[in-house]
Design a protein around this ligand. Structure first.
Ligand code: ADP
Ligand code: MG
Length: 392
């Protein structure tokens, strides 16, 4: 609970008074369903126990001030300024420090919903969600700020509305072209369950994971290699998916199934075909994972995780040597399944392991990284956890 404490301390340093409350929201990990979101397909993430905390209080003027343990200086603007700051023009950087655009962007997105006079707020943020590891520290900061403002501004929003505000902040204030998976995973989080999300209809279903009852743990192996959405690789994959859908004559790859693969192979060049095959088979693997969890329980999903990794490594070509080493070593040491998670080109892998095997598998992965002369990985377990809440 140190991040909670840090948020309170930072708030006191910033304002010299007591916060009205502390609100928090979780990061998330994606169990399966990678690069399916922008193809209007399926994903199965879950909220994790790592959270971002926002200590906050109303002010008696119309100013909004945010501080984070992450940044040297707080940022302060008037609520009226938010309309002039955002949306950030495409291709430009926000006029405020980028980290603050996540929080101020949420205030801007929620401000549009307000009916009565605006109330200024002070917000102090601290987090134990690792940044840039594919665990969505961005959705966590958005969710924590949204939960705080929801109560301080008496908005009465549901989890989906909180997620939509976070997504607007990320897309239009920060300018990151991401889908809504991260925010939905965070705001709809439930202990011991993952969130099945249909990225076309935004329908969601809570799917019990049953890890704890089965004596299983989910290991995260953060390679410490930073991913960046701005790399050409991400754009190339999106373009290939759009090209593939156009060649198949469908709106998005969501509308294709494995039965369409032979036709796809005839219609497109080899690279485009392999990109398309990843998305089509990955959508099927998400559906299969949901049904295996619901019928057999978590011990049955290992092979689906392994197949997902192979597809990302060979067809979508977004893995890196560190991620392959993490996955291969975990499997060789008896993990039930393992795969890279997140957008690729860095970030983390996950491995589903027996509780008794957590330490030996983590040790083996650390040794394999040392032998390959990779940066030492950061290894920890994650537990499916609840969404936003008020902590104090
Ligand atoms: P991630 O995979 O962790 O979501 P992103 O690039 O989407 O990676 O978001 C990380 C960014 O979010 C950071 O660079 C920072 O700007 C912002 N951020 C995350 N957590 C915090 C925090 N506690 N305080 C301030 N900014 C944060
Ligand atoms: Mg993010």
């Amino acid at each position: 609970m140190t991040a909670l404490h840090d948020a309170r301390t930072l708030f006191a340093d910033l304002t010299g008074r007591e916060q009205d409350g502390v609100w928090s929201a979780p990061g998330r990990v994606n169990l399966i369903g990678e690069h399916t979101d922008y193809n209007e397909g399926f994903v199965l993430p879950f909220a994790i126990q790592h959270r971002t905390f926002a200590a906050a209080a109303a002010r008696d003027d119309d100013r909004i001030r945010v501080a984070s343990t992450f940044a040297d200086h707080p940022v302060e603007v008037s609520l009226g300024d938010l309309k002039t700051l955002f949306p950030t023009a495409p291709g430009t950087i926000p006029a405020v420090p980028e980290w603050s655009a996540y929080a101020l962007g949420v205030a801007w997105a929620l401000g549009a919903l307000r009916v009565d006079a605006p109330i200024g707020v002070d917000i102090a943020i601290a987090s134990d969600v690792p940044v840039g590891a594919g665990l969505s520290s961005s959705a966590a900061i958005e969710g924590a700020v949204a939960a705080a403002l929801d109560e301080l501004w008496a908005l009465g929003l549901d989890p989906v509305a909180l997620a939509q505000a976070g997504r607007r902040a990320e897309n239009e204030a920060v300018g990151a072209p991401t889908g809504i998976m991260d925010q939905m995973a965070s705001t709809l989080g439930r202990a011991d369950a993952a969130t099945f999300l249909d990225c076309r209809t935004l329908e969601t279903r809570s799917i019990p994971t049953g890890f704890e009852a089965a004596g299983l743990e989910l290991l995260v192996i953060d390679t410490q290699v930073k991913h960046a959405h701005s790399t050409g690789g991400y754009r190339e994959r999106r373009d290939a998916c759009e090209r593939g859908a156009a060649l198949l004559g469908i709106r998005s790859l969501r509308d294709a199934t494995t039965a369409d693969l032979p036709r796809a192979a005839e219609l497109m060049d080899d690279t485009t075909f392999r990109r398309v095959r990843h998305v089509i088979t990955e959508n099927q693997r998400v559906l299969d994972t949901v049904s295996v969890l619901e019928t057999e329980g978590p011990r049955g999903i290992g092979d689906l995780l392994v197949a997902s990794h192979a597809s990302m490594r060979d067809d979508f070509e977004i893995s890196i040597a560190e991620l392959d080493t993490a996955v291969d070593t975990a499997l060789a040491q008896g993990a039930l399944g393992a795969r890279m998670t997140g957008g690729g080109f860095g970030g983390a892998a996950i491995a589903l392991v027996e509780r008794s095997q957590v330490a030996p598998i983590a040790d083996a992965v650390e040794r394999a990284f040392a032998e390959a002369r990779f940066t030492a990985p950061h290894i920890f377990t994650v537990t499916p956890s609840d969404g936003p809440r008020r902590d104090t």
